[in-house]
Design a protein. Structure first.
Lengths: 243, 61
């Protein structure tokens, strides 16, 4: 009897441990709606904490309550983040930043939401068959900074996609002025693995004096393309540009 | 498609095949240039109606 109880206890502990491991893996499927809770960061994967409401550990130290920007919190351990198969929604009023690598099914940026893509790879796919996923932008999608971005999937823009800002660099640059000798590279937006595309029925703006290169195959359909400053290069395998 | 390139700015089309269909217009005060690759009209045909410096070809075919 005592042995059975012991084995049962071990089983419960093993299950709890497995649960912790799964939780610790840090992601889960399902629909995720942006709800920024970290005042210190609006980054996709940001985790922040307070000491509120989680009690104390065996040494009398307060236990952290960890928060993400997707409306979740947990005591003592970081809450999960969107992962393969996840549907991510940015509602009106959201102001989010992506500077990490994510692998999800789809992204929806609502009218009135701002999504700033600073760097990293955005992999949009269905993990069950690896088919392409979609980013649909009805709001404001900003390409910021001079870092490189990689897209796997389909980006459909019916709102505004704007490239702005750059970072000072010594290579691959376009100088603002010879006198200033300050150069900035606007980075790239590159085609990653698989068959990907950018369908623009909205507005594509480039606003700052640096270079920006897009290598994702694109379709401009009844779209508006404004290059207000700098150089925009469409370096593509194939494009279809239609009314 | 409405294209606009401000004075001092540049829009470069490189590599691959760029297929235009329908009407393309806008003020090109800066530079709109295809530096290589192929430009072609789609099955519906294409109309370019740019003002300013227009659509420039440099080593394109």
């Amino acid at each position: 009897m005592k042995g059975q109880t012991h084995r049962g206890t071990i089983g419960v502990i093993a299950c709890l441990y497995a649960l912790i491991l799964l939780t610790g893996k840090g992601w889960a499927q399902g629909t995720w709606t942006w709800q920024q809770q970290c005042s210190s960061s609006n980054e996709w994967s940001a985790i922040c904490y307070t000491y509120a409401g989680c009690g104390y550990d065996q040494n009398g130290n307060p236990i952290h309550r960890y928060f993400n920007n997707w409306g979740l919190s947990q005591c003592g351990v970081s809450p999960g983040l969107p992962g393969p198969g996840s549907v991510c929604i940015f509602p009106a009023g959201a102001d989010a930043l992506l500077s990490s690598n994510v692998d999800i099914l789809s992204v929806g940026i609502s009218n009135g939401a701002t999504f700033s893509w600073q760097s990293g790879s955005l992999t949009l796919r269905n993990p069950s068959d690896n088919s392409r996923g979609t980013l649909t932008n009805e709001g404001l999608l900003r390409m910021v900074s001079g870092y490189n971005r990689y897209l796997s999937g389909v980006l459909v823009n019916t709102g505004t996609l704007v490239h702005e800002d750059g970072r000072p660099t010594s290579t691959g640059r376009v100088c603002k002025t010879a006198a200033q000798r300050r150069c900035a590279a606007g980075g790239t937006w590159s085609n990653n693995t698989g068959t990907n595309s950018f369908v623009n029925t909205g507005t594509l703006n480039k606003t700052t004096t640096n270079s920006f290169t897009i290598t994702v195959p694109m379709q401009q359909q009844n779209a508006t393309v404004n290059v207000q400053a700098g150089t925009l290069t469409l370096r593509l395998v194939a494009t279809r540009i239609r009314m | 498609v409405s294209w606009s390139v401000a004075s001092g700015a540049t829009l470069v089309l490189e590599n691959g095949t760029h297929t235009f269909s329908g009407t393309h217009s806008g003020e090109i005060a800066g530079t709109l240039v295809q530096t290589n690759g192929t430009v072609q009209a789609g099955s519906e045909g294409a109309t370019f109606n740019f003002t300013g410096t227009g659509y420039q070809f440099a080593m394109a075919r």
